[in-house]
Design a binder for this molecule. Structure first.
Ligand code: 13P
Length: 284
């Protein structure tokens, strides 16, 4: 199959009441682990790449890697720019063939967030690419972006409605109590706020910062209208732990084709759990 934008995927998920998992990929091993399990479980999947990942891999390398993965996969695979802030970078990637992008201007004023999102929507729709924006601010760390708890801001439902109407954005990431990275204590999600936003906003809603959120809370959020669930940290940790563990037991190991195998198996087990949590198994 060809790489797809996340538009149809998310609208189908919205109609049928599940969420598409978006896994942040950092290298070929993460990507392969995600695709193998998505194939096995017949789940649509979104490969998400932050600016850090695009810089690390190279934008064309990453695009070609994702295109190859999609071509070999039996399930729909989308490639999505995650938390990109630079308008020129986003436009360049879309023109290169990236089918889906998040413009994250959530730290800007409401008006400026609208302006930047509108600008990206205009270019993206010309290329039939999908756009996600964010309203509200999540605490935590993603890439080099760090927001402390006192600066986190929940999404205002009325503003969300106005934002979507004025920008024509395809999906909206909302802040309802999740954070990027690990939690110090169990996160309490504002389900009431989610319900109100869902009533006012028609486009698919996105939950960032799903690592460390109890599966029951994520499932409830999906029932209330979340159609895309973002997972990054919970893949990074088993990847690193499995490598550390391998070297602890094999201090003289030096073959990446061997020491990266347990790392992939560890990630695959997380991907399996997350697809099951999202309810996207068999929805490809
Ligand atoms: P986590 O690292 O908390 O899973 O967040 C992922 C995310 O929201 C990426 O945009």
């Amino acid at each position: 199959m060809k790489l797809v934008s996340s538009r149809e995927m998310l609208l189908k998920a919205q109609r049928e009441g599940y969420a598409v998992p978006a896994f942040n990929i950092h290298n070929m091993e993460t990507l392969k682990s995600v695709i193998e399990v998505a194939n096995e479980m017949e789940s649509p999947v979104i490969l998400a790449a932050t600016p850090g990942t695009v810089k690390y891999a190279g934008e064309l390398y990453l695009l070609k890697l994702a295109e190859s993965a999609a071509e070999l996969a039996k399930v729909p695979v989308a490639l999505h720019l995650d938390h990109h802030e630079d308008l020129d970078d986003i436009k360049a990637c879309i023109e290169m063939g990236y089918p889906s992008a998040m413009i994250d201007a959530s730290k800007e004023s409401f008006e400026e967030n609208i302006n930047r999102t509108k600008e990206i929507v205009k270019v993206a729709h010309r290329w039939d690419a999908t756009v996600e924006a964010e309203l509200g601010t999540l605490a935590g760390i993603e890439d080099d972006l760090e927001v402390d708890e006192k600066n986190a801001l929940y999404t205002d439902p009325q503003k969300a409605k106005e934002f979507v109407e004025k920008t024509g954005v395809d999906s909206l990431a909302i802040a309802i109590g999740t954070a990027h990275g690990l939690y110090k204590s169990e996160p309490k999600l504002d389900f009431e706020r989610l319900e109100i936003i869902r009533r006012l906003v028609e486009v698919p809603l996105v939950l960032h910062g799903a690592s460390g959120v109890p599966a029951e809370s994520v499932k409830r959020a999906i029932k209330l209208g979340i159609c895309k669930v973002n997972i990054a940290t919970e893949l990074k940790i088993p990847f690193a732990s499995a490598i550390k563990d391998h070297f602890e037991h094999n201090p003289n190991a030096n073959d990446p084709r061997k020491y990266l195998i347990p790392a992939q198996e560890a990630m695959k087990s997380v991907v399996r759990d997350k697809i099951a949590m999202c309810g996207s198994e068999g929805k490809a």
